[in-house]
Design a protein around this ligand. Structure first.
Ligand SMILES: Cc1cc2nc3c(=O)[nH]c(=O)nc-3n(C[C@H](O)[C@H](O)[C@H](O)COP(=O)(O)O)c2cc1C
Length: 181
Protein backbone atom coordinates (compact mmCIF):
# COMPACT_ATOMS: atom_id res chain seq x y z
CA UNK A 1 0.00 0.00 0.00
CA UNK A 2 1.20 3.52 -0.75
CA UNK A 3 0.13 6.73 0.96
CA UNK A 4 0.82 9.98 -0.87
CA UNK A 5 1.04 12.98 1.44
CA UNK A 6 0.34 15.52 -1.29
CA UNK A 7 -3.04 16.37 -2.78
CA UNK A 8 -1.50 18.49 -5.52
CA UNK A 9 -2.16 17.78 -9.17
CA UNK A 10 1.21 17.05 -10.70
CA UNK A 11 2.67 16.14 -7.32
CA UNK A 12 6.29 14.97 -7.41
CA UNK A 13 5.54 12.63 -4.52
CA UNK A 14 2.59 11.11 -6.32
CA UNK A 15 4.88 10.53 -9.31
CA UNK A 16 7.21 8.60 -7.00
CA UNK A 17 4.36 6.39 -5.74
CA UNK A 18 3.09 5.79 -9.29
CA UNK A 19 6.59 4.83 -10.42
CA UNK A 20 6.91 2.44 -7.50
CA UNK A 21 3.57 0.86 -8.42
CA UNK A 22 4.78 0.39 -12.01
CA UNK A 23 7.93 -1.34 -10.74
CA UNK A 24 6.09 -4.14 -8.94
CA UNK A 25 6.84 -7.52 -10.45
CA UNK A 26 4.85 -10.75 -10.31
CA UNK A 27 3.57 -11.51 -6.82
CA UNK A 28 3.73 -7.93 -5.58
CA UNK A 29 1.28 -5.09 -5.97
CA UNK A 30 1.32 -1.51 -4.71
CA UNK A 31 -2.04 0.19 -4.32
CA UNK A 32 -2.20 3.93 -3.69
CA UNK A 33 -4.67 4.85 -0.93
CA UNK A 34 -6.87 7.54 -2.42
CA UNK A 35 -8.93 8.42 0.66
CA UNK A 36 -6.49 10.58 2.61
CA UNK A 37 -8.22 13.88 1.78
CA UNK A 38 -11.59 12.36 2.73
CA UNK A 39 -10.60 11.68 6.32
CA UNK A 40 -12.04 14.12 8.86
CA UNK A 41 -9.73 16.07 11.14
CA UNK A 42 -8.60 13.78 13.92
CA UNK A 43 -10.70 14.20 17.04
CA UNK A 44 -10.21 11.90 19.98
CA UNK A 45 -13.83 12.20 21.17
CA UNK A 46 -15.00 10.95 17.77
CA UNK A 47 -12.48 8.11 17.89
CA UNK A 48 -13.73 7.02 21.31
CA UNK A 49 -17.37 7.21 20.17
CA UNK A 50 -16.53 5.21 17.04
CA UNK A 51 -14.53 6.40 14.03
CA UNK A 52 -16.40 7.16 10.79
CA UNK A 53 -16.46 4.74 7.85
CA UNK A 54 -13.69 6.61 6.01
CA UNK A 55 -11.32 6.06 8.94
CA UNK A 56 -12.33 2.42 9.33
CA UNK A 57 -11.66 1.87 5.62
CA UNK A 58 -8.22 3.47 5.95
CA UNK A 59 -7.43 1.32 8.97
CA UNK A 60 -8.62 -1.84 7.20
CA UNK A 61 -6.47 -1.14 4.14
CA UNK A 62 -3.43 -0.53 6.30
CA UNK A 63 -4.07 -3.66 8.35
CA UNK A 64 -4.23 -5.86 5.27
CA UNK A 65 -1.10 -4.34 3.69
CA UNK A 66 2.11 -6.37 3.96
CA UNK A 67 4.20 -3.19 3.80
CA UNK A 68 3.59 0.52 3.35
CA UNK A 69 5.30 3.14 1.20
CA UNK A 70 4.76 6.72 2.31
CA UNK A 71 5.73 9.46 -0.13
CA UNK A 72 5.46 12.95 1.27
CA UNK A 73 6.38 16.55 0.54
CA UNK A 74 8.12 18.76 3.05
CA UNK A 75 5.96 21.71 4.04
CA UNK A 76 7.42 24.29 6.44
CA UNK A 77 10.14 21.85 7.50
CA UNK A 78 7.73 19.04 8.39
CA UNK A 79 5.42 16.44 6.87
CA UNK A 80 2.21 17.63 5.21
CA UNK A 81 -0.79 18.23 7.44
CA UNK A 82 -2.95 15.80 5.51
CA UNK A 83 -0.48 12.97 6.18
CA UNK A 84 -0.10 13.85 9.87
CA UNK A 85 -3.88 13.90 10.22
CA UNK A 86 -4.14 10.46 8.61
CA UNK A 87 -1.44 9.04 10.87
CA UNK A 88 -3.16 10.41 13.98
CA UNK A 89 -6.19 8.22 13.17
CA UNK A 90 -3.88 5.18 13.15
CA UNK A 91 -2.23 5.72 16.55
CA UNK A 92 -5.22 4.27 18.43
CA UNK A 93 -5.93 1.55 15.87
CA UNK A 94 -2.39 0.19 15.97
CA UNK A 95 -2.43 -0.93 12.34
CA UNK A 96 1.20 0.12 11.82
CA UNK A 97 2.64 -1.75 14.77
CA UNK A 98 5.45 -3.98 13.45
CA UNK A 99 4.60 -3.06 9.84
CA UNK A 100 7.48 -2.41 7.41
CA UNK A 101 7.19 1.20 6.26
CA UNK A 102 9.42 3.03 3.80
CA UNK A 103 9.39 6.82 3.74
CA UNK A 104 10.31 8.72 0.58
CA UNK A 105 10.31 12.49 0.30
CA UNK A 106 10.71 14.37 -2.98
CA UNK A 107 11.36 18.09 -3.04
CA UNK A 108 12.61 20.74 -5.46
CA UNK A 109 15.07 21.74 -2.72
CA UNK A 110 18.60 20.35 -2.52
CA UNK A 111 17.74 18.86 0.87
CA UNK A 112 15.10 16.61 -0.73
CA UNK A 113 12.67 17.04 2.14
CA UNK A 114 14.97 15.36 4.66
CA UNK A 115 13.36 17.16 7.59
CA UNK A 116 9.92 15.88 6.64
CA UNK A 117 11.36 12.38 6.37
CA UNK A 118 13.00 12.69 9.79
CA UNK A 119 9.75 13.88 11.34
CA UNK A 120 7.66 11.22 9.61
CA UNK A 121 10.14 8.57 10.75
CA UNK A 122 9.94 9.77 14.35
CA UNK A 123 6.14 9.74 14.26
CA UNK A 124 6.03 6.27 12.68
CA UNK A 125 8.48 4.85 15.22
CA UNK A 126 6.37 6.27 18.03
CA UNK A 127 3.49 4.35 16.46
CA UNK A 128 5.49 1.11 16.51
CA UNK A 129 6.15 0.91 12.76
CA UNK A 130 9.31 -0.74 11.45
CA UNK A 131 10.76 2.14 9.41
CA UNK A 132 13.10 0.73 6.79
CA UNK A 133 16.64 2.14 6.56
CA UNK A 134 16.37 2.13 2.76
CA UNK A 135 13.96 5.11 3.07
CA UNK A 136 15.21 8.00 0.95
CA UNK A 137 14.92 11.65 0.01
CA UNK A 138 14.97 12.89 -3.58
CA UNK A 139 16.62 16.31 -3.89
CA UNK A 140 16.00 18.65 -6.85
CA UNK A 141 13.21 16.28 -7.80
CA UNK A 142 11.53 18.30 -10.59
CA UNK A 143 14.02 17.55 -13.38
CA UNK A 144 14.12 13.90 -12.31
CA UNK A 145 10.47 13.38 -13.35
CA UNK A 146 8.98 12.98 -16.81
CA UNK A 147 5.35 12.35 -17.71
CA UNK A 148 4.30 11.88 -14.09
CA UNK A 149 6.96 9.24 -13.40
CA UNK A 150 10.52 9.18 -12.09
CA UNK A 151 12.90 9.23 -15.07
CA UNK A 152 16.29 9.65 -13.40
CA UNK A 153 18.21 6.35 -13.50
CA UNK A 154 20.00 6.75 -10.15
CA UNK A 155 16.72 7.60 -8.42
CA UNK A 156 15.01 4.64 -10.08
CA UNK A 157 17.76 2.35 -8.77
CA UNK A 158 17.27 3.72 -5.26
CA UNK A 159 13.52 3.29 -5.51
CA UNK A 160 13.98 -0.33 -6.61
CA UNK A 161 16.05 -0.85 -3.45
CA UNK A 162 13.24 0.61 -1.36
CA UNK A 163 10.68 -1.75 -2.91
CA UNK A 164 12.99 -4.74 -2.55
CA UNK A 165 13.47 -3.90 1.13
CA UNK A 166 9.70 -3.65 1.62
CA UNK A 167 9.15 -7.05 -0.03
CA UNK A 168 12.03 -8.63 1.91
CA UNK A 169 10.86 -7.30 5.25
CA UNK A 170 7.24 -8.32 4.60
CA UNK A 171 8.35 -11.86 3.65
CA UNK A 172 10.49 -12.12 6.79
CA UNK A 173 7.60 -11.05 9.00
CA UNK A 174 5.24 -13.52 7.31
CA UNK A 175 7.76 -16.35 7.80
CA UNK A 176 8.25 -15.39 11.45
CA UNK A 177 4.50 -15.28 12.09
CA UNK A 178 4.12 -18.73 10.46
CA UNK A 179 6.94 -20.14 12.58
CA UNK A 180 5.35 -18.76 15.72
CA UNK A 181 2.05 -20.39 14.71
C1 LIG B 1 3.59 26.21 1.88
C2 LIG B 1 4.80 25.50 1.33
C3 LIG B 1 5.84 25.19 2.17
C4 LIG B 1 6.96 24.51 1.69
N1 LIG B 1 7.97 24.20 2.54
C5 LIG B 1 9.03 23.47 2.08
C6 LIG B 1 10.06 23.06 2.97
O1 LIG B 1 10.09 23.37 4.15
N2 LIG B 1 11.05 22.27 2.45
C7 LIG B 1 11.09 21.88 1.14
O2 LIG B 1 12.00 21.17 0.75
N3 LIG B 1 10.11 22.28 0.28
C8 LIG B 1 9.10 23.05 0.71
N4 LIG B 1 8.10 23.44 -0.15
C9 LIG B 1 8.19 23.05 -1.55
C10 LIG B 1 7.57 21.67 -1.77
O3 LIG B 1 8.54 20.71 -1.48
C11 LIG B 1 7.15 21.56 -3.23
O4 LIG B 1 6.06 22.41 -3.48
C12 LIG B 1 6.83 20.13 -3.62
O5 LIG B 1 6.71 20.06 -5.01
C13 LIG B 1 5.54 19.65 -2.94
O6 LIG B 1 5.39 18.27 -3.12
P1 LIG B 1 4.48 17.66 -4.27
O7 LIG B 1 5.15 18.04 -5.58
O8 LIG B 1 4.48 16.20 -4.04
O9 LIG B 1 3.11 18.28 -4.18
C14 LIG B 1 7.00 24.14 0.31
C15 LIG B 1 5.93 24.45 -0.52
C16 LIG B 1 4.84 25.14 -0.04
C17 LIG B 1 3.71 25.46 -0.96
Amino acid sequence: MAIVGSLREGSLNRSVALTAADMCGPGTELTIFEGLAGLPYFEHDVEVAGPPASVMAFRAELKSADAVLITCPEYAAGMSGVLKNGLEWIVGGGELVGKPVAVVTASPATTGGERARAWTTETLRMMGADVLPESMSIPVAGPKMKGGRVADEATLDQLREVLAAMARSAAEKTALAAAEG
